[in-house]
Ligand binder design. Structure first.
Ligand SMILES: [Zn+2]
Length: 245
């Protein structure tokens, strides 16, 4: 028989799939073997991929917004000195009991995503395109730098973007791994494990990735099996209590 206690000591692995609704442009420039200034990232097998760091950074940002909207005080990432446990210049109720864990006072987001003293509980795979790369044409599109103030194209600022083919509904699949909650808080040991609920809500808020969102590149939606994110009612009511303390 599986007990709740044993589940809490197990790493949970959840499959997530991003479906790219428009052409996707991700990654930094300078990758060898491509003419493009901003190529899509490819792995050694030439598969297109969305780097795990992209997903993790965006997900943390979305989870922070959700937690703040629920009136939990959250530190300011990504600079360590304004994050827990230092929080230089950050005002808020960080002395509340839900934030007291064995390694000091850490907001709900740091308890999931980690900080300079707390390891992250969540690990991400790169999301790998399921399409055979040999079947995908390489798309290079020219772009110009726009001067936002003047709304004009700047001279000599033509560059090239490598993107995935437009409107191909490419699927990128990978896993997230949620490690056991090894830092039970001292003051409130009955507190439910809220990580999965926040991650689920955060993922739903990511509807674009990569550079050039304003030009329509990188819109996506998720195919996520909701049953993998089955969350007890008590956890949602815990999260809803951000303003009570
Ligand atoms: Zn924090």
């Amino acid at each position: 028989m599986i007990t709740l206690a044993s589940l809490r000591n197990t790493t949970e692995t959840i499959k997530i799939t991003a479906v790219i609704d428009t052409a996707l442009c991700v990654g930094a420039g300078g990758s060898a073997g491509s003419l493009a200034d901003k190529p899509i990232v490819r792995n050694a097998e030439k598969n297109l991929l969305i780097p795990a760091s992209q997903i993790k950074g965006r997900l943390r940002h979305e989870c922070e917004k959700i937690a703040r909207a629920l009136k939990w005080d959250i530190c300011e990432s990504p600079k360590p000195d304004t994050m827990c446990p230092q929080r230089t210049g950050v005002v808020g109720n960080f002395g509340r009991k839900e934030y007291q864990i064995r390694r000091g006072s850490h907001c709900l987001i740091c308890q999931i995503f980690g900080n300079s003293v707390l390891p992250s509980r969540i690990l991400f795979d790169d999301l790998v395109c399921t399409e055979n790369p040999d079947d995908l044409p390489e798309v290079i599109r020219p772009a110009v730098t726009i001067n936002r103030r003047r709304q004009t194209a700047e001279e000599n600022k033509l560059y090239f973007l490598e993107t995935s083919p437009a409107n191909a509904s490419l699927k990128f699949t990978g896993q997230i791994h949620l490690l056991p909650n090894w830092q039970p808080d001292i003051a409130d040991s009955d507190r439910p494990d809220f990580a999965k609920a926040l991650i689920y809500a955060g993922l739903k808020h990511i509807n674009a990735l990569g550079g050039s969102k304003s030009t329509g590149l990188g819109w996506l939606h998720w195919e996520i099996d909701a049953s993998e994110f089955a969350v007890e009612e008590a956890i949602w009511s815990f999260l809803a209590k951000g303003g009570e303390s």
